[in-house]
Every structure is written in C-alpha cells, then in structure tokens.
Design a protein around this ligand. Sequence first.
Ligand code: UDP
Ligand code: MG
Length: 319
Amino acid sequence: MNADIRHSIVIPVYNEEAVIDQSYRRLKKVMDSTKESYEMIFVNDGSCDHTTAMIKGFREQDDAVKLITFSRNFGHQIAITAGMDYALGAAVIVIDADLQDPPELILEMIAKWKEGFDVVYAKRTKRKGETFFKKQTARLFYRILKASSDLEIPTDSGDFRLLDRRVCEELKRLPEKTRYVRGLVSWVGFRQTAVEYERDGRLAGETKYPLKKMIKLSLDGLTSFSFQPIKIASYAGGVLICWGSISLAGMLLLKLSTAAIIAGWNLVIAMQLVLTGILLTMMGIIGEYIGRIYDEARDRPLYIVSECYGMKKEEIKCK
Ligand code: UDP
Ligand code: MG
C-alpha cells in the first residue's frame, strides 16, 4: 500500500464520452476540497467511443488520473473489482461515471469513515430520471434478495460506496468469478453504515445497463447469496405430490361410490402442461447454478487489461 495516497476513486466507464468530462471536473472539485491526496482510477470497460482518448487528455494535465483499459467489455462489476485491485488509497470510493451518484456525497462518506466506519454505502431514498419499470423491478429485486438470503444485504443501495483499505484487502481474497460486489461487501462485514441521497437522472448518454445486463446482475446476486430458488423445487414437488394424491383419491372414491364416467383427458393435458412447465423452470434454475459452478471450475482470469497508465502494478495485465 502506498501511504501517500489517502483516497482512491474508482470510476467504471463504458462509452461515457457524453458525461466523462463533467464527471471528471465535478469529482476533481470535490476531491481537491478535501485537501488530502487522492487518485482517480478510471476503469475503461472496453469503450469504443472517445472515452479512452478523453481520459488520456485529463491525464496530461493531472497526475491523479489513472487509467486501466480492458481488452473488451467485461461488465460493470468486474470493472469495479479491477479498480479495487489497483487502488492504493487508505479509503477506496466507487462511483458511477454518469453523475447519477453525486460526487459531493463523498465528503459525507469520508466524514463517516473518519468516525471509524469501514464501509459507508449510499442508500437511495429516491430515484429520478429512471423508467417506472426500472424503479419497480429494482425495488422488487432488492426485496426478494433480502427475503431469500441469510446475509443482511442493504436494500436500495448500489455500488456507490466507500471501503476502508482492510475491507478492500479482504475483498481481494475472495476468488469467485460471479461478482455481485455489493453482496460481497456485506459478506465481508466490519462496521458498515449508510448515508442517504436522492439519485439524480443520468446527466447525458444512455444507460449501459439494458434489461439483459440487469437480469444477469439480479441472477448473479440471487445465486451467489441464496439457495432459496433451488429449494423451490422441493417445495413445488411436495405440493404436487399432495395435489396428485388427493385428486387420485377423489377419483377413486367417485368411481366406487357413483356410476359417473370421468372424462378426464382435458384435465390430464392441463396438468401435463403445468407439470412440464414447472419441471423446465426448475431445470433452468438448477442450470443457472451449474453454469456458475462451471465458470468457477474453468478458473479463467476475471479480466484482461490491454493498457494501463499511472499504475504501480503496470506489469500486471490480468487477474
Ligand atoms: N458500466 C461499465 N460496464 C458496463 C456497463 C456499465 O463499466 O458493461 C459503467 C457505466 O459507464 C457507469 C456505471 O457502470 O459508469 C453504471 O452504468 P449505468 O449508469 O449505465 O447503469 P444504470 O445507472 O443505468 O443502472
Ligand atoms: Mg447510471
């Protein structure tokens, strides 16, 4: 660890040419006001617009700016992980590049950290500028995760947070490939607290989290921190056995006590559809876990760095 650097700001960026300039300026203003040393690590997650060139431009006038570029798009969570791997500060602060997370809140986070907290996460009391669908699905997801996991993962907070060096070191020891960073931070423990804020809309540009990536992040979160989905199979199995046995007993009773003819083919087909549906869904859920086990077993590096500037660990190309 480099004792000279007090704060490391980790900023994952993916095609953010529309906002990166303003983000950099606002962040710099906030960090300069702390009068403490800092570094700004931009993790360029395979951008194919002018983002990389713009960051290199910042670097020409500002030594605090550092850059890691991935060889392709590896995803937001991996970009955060890489930033933490390279960060040298006593406190590491992760923030999005689109100014949805107000940089000014960092000062409040630092104050809490100085009070002795090891993790200070930002909790959203309101989300502006996002679609009704995104807000509701996010809300629902956080609640499902909370209900199904034994771990206390804070609701309504993303990856905008401050981590003490020792939390960062512990996170670096976790080898898993499926990285749901906010869950991992909860798992690590230590003294954690929240600061509340209203989340603004994106300053410019489009979200880099389309539905497909959101679903993947949710499934990563659920499968990494809960076995409940896989247990649904046993519950559903139990319910179906009871249902089938009662139906059979009823039909037998009807057959023995009356002369009624049971024309049940349509019932049989309906039940067949329900059962096949349940079976396929369960196979899918099991598949989600097996796929992730396969990912771990292959043990590929989490990311590949194609270029990096300003890092002590420039020789490290991948983890
Ligand atoms: N991001 C990234 N890689 C990706 C997707 C997003 O590094 O594959 C970055 C993005 O540039 C931004 C942050 O992660 O700094 C959050 O993304 P975004 O604002 O698009 O997500 P949203 O706020 O819409 O959920
Ligand atoms: Mg955003």
